[in-house]
Design a protein around this ligand. Structure first.
Ligand code: I3P
Length: 126
């Protein structure tokens, strides 16, 4: 019976396209590779979907799992050293994953920064 219980989807606080580069996984440095990602922010996490004209469809493909970022205890900060691009901030998770996010559009990246920072500040640190 419990298998039939549907867990409600968390409320989406913000979603949209950003340029993303994952630069570390579990503390291990990765080669930087920027790509456009459909980003979905909820209270506790962010999800990065592959670029798609109809992002919702990415959900429906069997076996497709977006990359998931746990915001509990995460850090967010602007960085000018880690990229030659403007408007770049970094998110570092407790598990040692590091992501750079970027947009050339100033108000857009500012909105994202504050939305993610607010989410992190509302969460417990552990
Ligand atoms: C990287 C690529 C990235 C660039 C990075 C390069 O080269 O050009 O876009 O980061 O610079 O190393 P490759 O594709 O050969 O891996 P930015 O665009 O963020 O500057 P970096 O080495 O200074 O991080």
């Amino acid at each position: 019976l419990s298998e039939n219980v549907k867990v409600p989807e968390p409320v989406v606080e913000k979603e949209g396209y950003l340029l993303k580069a994952k630069i570390a996984d579990g503390g291990k440095k990765l080669r930087k590779n920027w790509s456009t990602s459909w980003v979905v922010l909820t209270a506790r996490k962010m999800e990065f979907y592959k670029e798609s004209k109809q992002p919702a469809l990415a959900n429906l493909k069997p076996g497709y799992k977006p990359e998931c970022v746990d915001l509990c205890g995460a850090c967010i900060e602007w960085t000018s050293e880690k990229s030659s691009r403007k408007n770049v901030f970094q998110i570092t998770t407790v598990s040692g994953n590091e992501f750079l996010l970027q947009s050339d559009i100033d108000f857009l990246i500012l909105d994202w920064f504050h939305a993610i920072k607010n989410a992190i500040d509302r969460l417990p640190k552990e």
